[in-house]
Design a binder for this molecule. Structure first.
Ligand SMILES: [Zn+2]
Length: 364
């Protein structure tokens, strides 16, 4: 949207593990879909005004206003055609930004208002991703986009959604996640879903440690068996910075020792107040301590961001260099819910050559 991204950063291959489908809709598409389906609750009716409204509401510091932005995008994503279009555009936008592999998440249960079944929602989104991949490939920007099915923490559908994640796992559904307000809704509330997934050898991540503290991270890992942490930024609460060198508590040490990937989203955390600025975001300290850090967008529309913009801010404000960007990208690819050999192929054939080429460019 409005940010100037340097072409050299845009050209870098990127891997995205934490991006919400309903958080990345193009403002123009929200408007057009609203007209098509007769949705009349949008606060403004021009593209720039709507883009500003999304960002400002998300910036406002008010959770109510922040959540209202998702009510608007979800509100227009209630038909097969709308879901198909949003998913296709998502794949195309990510490819245009240099993303070569993405896992995009959404909660099927939020798209049933006009009579779609959970299965129809999943199939519409899958078809849209395939369409977007095909268009991106013919534009010379190949990308692979897989889905993560999210269950809402406050709801009671997690077991059903987990079963769907297993049923569709050979159709580019990579895994499962739970999202929504952490406080009051601990991940153990959904233990049944996680135990089922483990018995099925299926993959899942859990939103934990975004605003809420260490107990949420501890439950997600030690009770639920999460393979990755959505955000996980509060793990810094278990790192003592008062001495000469940082000292890790037992939970932080466990997360680092076990190489548990942290799906970190700096811009999003600044917006919700989980971090003060991108410069001060714990991602840089956690990188220096060699946690398995990955870099992500979370909600591209609400945060007015992209993978390139996240990278550029870290370079400009937090002292990151090309090696750091390459490192988080390889970290993310290693952490993807994708068969091992396919991960290796993307690392060796796409990511490393892309960064080698960028390094040569910088040297010249
Ligand atoms: Zn998220």
């Amino acid at each position: 949207m409005s940010h100037e991204v340097r072409p050299k950063i845009k050209a870098l291959p990127k891997v995205l593990l934490h991006d919400h489908l309903d958080g990345g809709v193009r403002p123009a598409t929200v408007l057009e879909l609203a007209k098509e389906v007769g949705y009349d609750e949008l606060p403004v009716d021009d593209v720039q005004g709507l883009a500003d409204w999304f960002r400002d509401s998300a910036d406002s510091g008010s959770l109510v206003r922040y959540l209202e932005t998702f009510a608007q995008t979800v509100g227009v994503m209630q038909t097969r055609d709308a879901l198909f279009r949003v998913a296709s555009e998502c794949a195309q936008d990510l490819a245009e930004d240099g993303v070569v592999y993405a896992e995009v998440r959404y909660a099927p249960e939020q798209h049933l208002e006009q009579g779609l079944t959970l299965e129809q929602v999943i199939e519409a989104v899958n078809a849209g991703f395939r369409d977007g991949e095909a268009r991106a490939a013919s534009a010379g920007r190949p990308i692979r986009v897989r889905a993560l099915l999210t269950a809402m923490r406050h709801a009671a559908k997690s077991r059903d959604i987990a079963e769907l994640a297993v049923r569709y796992r050979d159709q580019e559904v990579a895994g499962f996640d739970i999202a929504g307000a952490e406080a009051g809704y601990p991940p153990t509330r959904h233990l049944d879903a996680f135990e089922y997934l483990r018995r099925e050898n299926a993959h899942f991540t859990i939103h934990a440690g975004e605003a809420f503290g260490l107990p949420s991270i501890w439950e997600a890992i030690q009770w639920c068996g999460a393979e990755r942490l959505g955000h996980g930024v509060r793990i810094v609460d278990d790192i003592d910075l008062s001495g000469d060198a940082p000292t890790l508590g037992r939970l932080a040490a466990f997360v680092r020792d076990r190489r548990i990937p942290l799906e970190m989203c700096p811009s999003s955390n600044v917006q919700t107040g989980a971090a003060e600025s991108v410069a001060a975001h714990p991602i840089t300290m956690l990188k220096e301590l060699r946690f398995r850090v990955t870099l992500n967008t979370d909600n591209r529309l609400m945060s007015d961001t992209s993978m390139s913009w996240e990278m550029q801010q870290l370079v400009d404000e937090a002292g990151w260099n090309l090696d750091d960007l390459r490192w988080v990208t390889v970290n993310a690819m290693k952490s993807a819910f994708l068969p091992f050999e396919q991960r290796l192929t993307l690392i060796e054939d796409v990511i490393k050559p892309g960064y080698d080429a960028a390094a040569r460019n910088l040297g010249s």
